[in-house]
Write a protein that binds this ligand. Sequence first.
Ligand code: AMP
Length: 209
Amino acid sequence: MNLVLFGAPGSGKGTQAIILSERFNLIRISLGDILRSEVKENSPLGQEVKGYMEKGLLVSDELVARVIESHVKSGGFILDGYPRNLTQAKTLAEILKKHNIDIDRFIYLEANRDTVIERLSKRIVCKSCGANYHLKNMPPKEEGFCDLCGGDLTQRKDDTPEVILRRWEVFLKESAQLIDFYQKQGKLFKLDGNADKDEVFEKIKLEVR
Ligand code: AMP
């Protein structure tokens, strides 16, 4: 099974990707996490993408295509954060065709602006495994440390009010054509991303199993 998770920043993609990868034994490919680790290592790729990420802008389609191609070699994955626009969706289809792989479902977590702002402004993430927490609604058991791997928790640099709004605008601009692309292929599964994470997971489970 090969799944794509799509939605605005803060719609719950990362959280669902982690749950789904565990429950269905899928490889989680989070483009944001991959890029953040490149920035952390100060690699040539990291240096190239850092400025875009800090501003909340999308990195170039060509560059992220190369990153994705190096990670998607076999099936059994869940993609979180890619594709994010129509060009990327078409590129992904070409990459997958080479490996005889197909997307089963494009899962769209539809969340509204207020939800996104509320979630992201109080979000903390694990530096090691990328797990997400919320200071009020989903705090870690031990303050400052990840429940899953014990890693340090931190606030993302792009979770500032100004950058959150820019990311929301980028999402709005890019999303319609992408959703349409998968809808026409009969692969779109849309659900309410404002809902609680367990409720969202139950709905996805019913759809994909
Ligand atoms: P995320 O962790 O998914 O919120 O992504 C964080 C940042 O990484 C985004 O704001 C972009 O700068 C970059 N990024 C992640 N996924 C993509 C993508 N598919 N295309 C271009 N840039 C991306």
